[in-house]
Design a protein around this ligand. Structure first.
Ligand code: SF4
Length: 362
């Protein structure tokens, strides 16, 4: 194995496109060879995007935690009658957007449950309110599930919803709601969510309209390495077709407060080895992605730093409000000072650079 692994990594550095079988074999590495995979990914990162570690100054605005879905991995959503429900109105959303503007963030990201009364207009109203209160801001919002929901509620097509969102100032879309793009797993963890085929269709429609998006994976619950790699292969195929993904963001499952874990249907999240390999294999497998992000919110800053020497080149956002991971039980969620990002980047010999959502350096 040692020899063939070295040969395989040399081939990948030379431009060989990893097959799904090869990628699965890399995920099954349990010994010190993990470091070799990480080192190869780091070399590929260096050759492709250089040494800069990037980040974006951003703020989340959570609109409502009421949601018609009941995803098993979600510790955030509430049902009517639950304690702790919130639903922010125009005044509150604009107050938060103004605050973000004053903090000189370049991106506002909205995150929301699927409110029972939402239509396409509910989403576009929120976008317009934010732009009114924070002129010039880049709005990173919605995801294929929200687009499908808005289309269903408003009796229009998903392309029409995307078009309305774009007109209302949507700058780019969250590549979330992807979870694991294997229907058998989706049936277990998020039965009401759109299925794989629809996620692919809607993200492709968005890219076709010039709306770029991130690409995510939510791993470490009840999926296999084969499922993870199938998911990566789908992302790679879409990127070949559209070039519309700005970056790949691995999201490690935060298990503590989730129904899936409490009911014994999921394991207690990925291990450190798996987190590191997801970044490294993500870099090696997704040869058509420039940027691999490591999420300090999900991983914690120490593991995120190790991700920077395992293929990642981006630390994501400063975030000034984050309720999704906190709801699920994560602890590193509120705000990360760029000074701390700089400290961990420089500690691995790399400069920190601020970027826009679409990766222009500032
Ligand atoms: S993950 Fe999103 S869609 Fe699923 S229950 Fe939570 S808020 Fe609702």
């Amino acid at each position: 194995m040692a020899h063939s692994l070295v040969t395989l990594l040399e081939d990948v550095k030379g431009g060989h496109r990893l097959t799904e079988l090869e990628a699965v074999s890399l995920f099954k590495t349990h010994d010190r060879q993990v470091w070799k995979i990480a080192a190869a990914a780091d070399e590929v990162r260096e050759a492709k995007v250089g040494d800069d570690v990037t980040y974006v100054r951003n703020q989340n605005i959570n609109v409502t935690n009421l949601c018609v879905n009941t995803c098993g991995f979600c510790g955030y959503s509430k049902k009517p009658g639950d304690e702790g429900i919130y639903f922010h109105d125009k005044a509150e959303i604009q107050r938060k957007a103004k605050m973000a503007h004053e903090r000189r963030v370049s991106e506002i990201c909205t995150v929301s449950g699927l409110h029972p009364d939402f239509t396409a207009k509910s989403y576009t109203d929120v976008y317009r309110w934010i732009h009114e209160a924070a002129p010039g801001i880049h709005l990173h919002a919605s995801n294929p599930m929200e687009v499908a929901y808005a289309a269903r509620r408003s009796h229009i097509s998903t392309v029409e919803v995307l078009d309305l969102m774009k007109q209302a100032g949507l700058g780019s879309m969250c590549g979330t709601a992807a979870e694991i793009l294997v229907d058998e797993i989706r049936q277990k963890i998020c039965r009401e969510k759109i299925m794989t085929r629809d996620w692919i269709r809607i993200i492709t429609e968005a890219h076709g309209l010039g709306i770029k998006s991130t690409a995510t994976i939510m791993y470490g619950h009840c999926e296999s390495y084969e499922d993870q790699v199938r998911h990566l292969a789908i992302l790679r195929d879409i990127q070949d077709e559209t070039g519309g993904f700005t970056e790949f963001v691995p999201l490690s499952f935060i298990h503590m407060n989730t129904p899936l874990y409490r009911q014994g249907k999921a394991r207690a999240g990925a291990t450190g080895r798996e987190d590191l390999l997801m970044v490294a294999i993500g870099r090696l497998f997704l040869d058509n992605f420039a940027n691999i992000q490591v999420s300090w919110v999900k991983e914690g800053i120490k593991l995120a730093q190790l991700g920077l020497i395992a293929g990642a080149n981006d630390l994501g956002g400063t975030m000034f409000e984050e309720s999704i991971s906190k709801g699920a039980g994560a602890v590193n969620t509120d705000y990360l000072d760029p000074a701390e990002m700089q400290r961990v980047a420089e500690d691995v010999g790399r400069p920190l650079r601020r970027r826009t959502t679409l990766y222009e350096k500032l």
